[in-house]
Design a protein around this ligand. Structure first.
Ligand SMILES: [Zn+2]
Length: 386
């Protein structure tokens, strides 16, 4: 990656400054050659009458304004990587959109300053690192530069690296809290719309978790049809299988569940009954697992993290079984005792045995002492696999 250290004056950077009042964004500078607020940047957050004014005061008092980072995007074109808040504050002041208050409480716009003060601001030198490199280099560099303030999260970084029409369109759809669908989506997706969590999810789903590869491939696309279609298919599918909306549905790996199960038929009424039954089951510890458990045909009980027998129960059952077995000269594993092998009379240690539901949990058996038996590990495993 190439890096050049350059100096621009405030006057040069603010030439042709455009501020979008509606979006609260500084848009262009350097006579149109500098994009101040690229798509991936957060909105202008200095407009609080303190931070923005402090920047102008710094220029007036010749305090250092810090270093700026520009990313060269084309011949004679740049984007601000770091410093957009400061540049926007200066630009707003120079174009009369921001005033500073003097010690007597009187507001001063740029036009009301003395010529000497105006020149001092316009001639303030800004120290700028201009960089040019591959997407990967810029991403790494950006990660390093982006250490102050609220750091960009991984998706914001990817938006920066692959900025373009595709990202712009995708953000309009998935990063826009004004989108009327967000309410519905939020039943299944966690995170914040404006921190790109929904966009990240949509990209993960369509790309089967290769967000970077997908963004690289589609960077220059002029539509997001596939992204939208896949996302909506997943959302619609969830709603068609699960008619209830439970809070534990938020943040599940719906993209993976869709890929695995969307070709299978489900009866929504039956599914709804199962959901209610499992929600009412005190032995289900992991409610988040209920949905995948049902999708997979109620096979994988591990997903539900069924409550297991506690140590006191296991010890009591072991003692009872063992003393009865010794009295009857048989094995303390009831299944060994029924067999004809060498273990028919074997007394196992407790550490060699596991607790088992006499009536299986899936058939309504409870996790109570009355429904507990100790089996040798081999028999317990064999039973669990049935
Ligand atoms: Zn046994």
């Amino acid at each position: 990656m190439e890096t050049n250290l350059k100096t621009y004056t405030v006057g040069e950077v603010c030439k042709g400054f455009v501020y979008n009042e509606l979006e609260g964004k500084g848009l262009y500078g350097l006579a149109g050659r500098l994009t101040i607020q690229p798509e991936y940047q957060r909105n202008y957050i200095y407009a609080d009458g303190k931070k923005d004014v402090a920047v102008v005061q710094s220029a007036l008092h010749r305090y250092p304004l810090g270093v700026f980072y520009f990313n060269k995007t084309d011949e004679n074109r740049w984007e601000v990587l770091d410093g957009q808040q400061r540049i926007t504050s200066l630009g707003r002041f120079v174009t009369g959109k921001l005033s500073i208050i003097d010690e007597n409480g009187i507001p001063h716009y740029f036009s009301s300053l003395s010529t000497e003060q105006q020149q001092r601001i316009l001639n303030t030198k800004l120290l700028v690192y201009e960089c040019e490199g591959t997407e990967d280099e810029i991403r790494k560099w950006f990660e390093t530069v982006n250490i102050a303030g609220v750091p960009l999260n991984p998706q914001e970084l990817l938006n920066a690296v692959y900025s373009g029409e595709f990202v712009t369109l995708a953000k309009q759809e998935f990063s826009n809290s004004g989108n009327a669908h967000v309410q519905k989506w939020s039943a299944y997706i966690t995170g914040a719309v404006n921190r790109q969590d929904y966009l990240e999810r949509a990209l993960q789903w369509v790309s089967h978790d290769d967000v970077k590869g997908y963004m690289s491939l589609h960077r220059h696309d002029s539509d997001i049809d596939e992204l939208k279609r896949h996302f909506n298919s997943v959302i619609d599918w969830i709603g068609s299988v699960f008619s209830d909306v439970e809070s534990e549905m938020r943040g599940l790996e719906w993209g993976r569940l869709y890929d695995t199960y969307h070709t299978q038929p489900y009866d929504p009424q039956e599914v709804s009954q199962l959901v209610h039954q499992l929600y009412g089951d005190p032995y289900v510890k992991n409610r988040k697992g209920i949905f995948e458990y049902i999708l997979g045909g109620c096979q994988d009980k591990r997903l539900l993290d069924i409550r297991i027998f506690d140590e006191a129960t296991k010890r009591a059952v072991y003692r009872r079984q063992t003393s009865e077995a010794i009295a009857n000269d048989t094995s303390n594993c009831p299944l060994c005792a029924m067999g004809h092998e060498a273990n028919r009379k074997k007394i196992w240690k407790q550490t060699e045995m596991d607790a088992d539901h006499v009536t299986a949990w899936s058939k309504g058996g409870t996790t109570t002492i009355e429904n507990c038996q100790m089996l040798c590990k081999t028999h317990n495993r064999a039973k669990g696999n049935r």
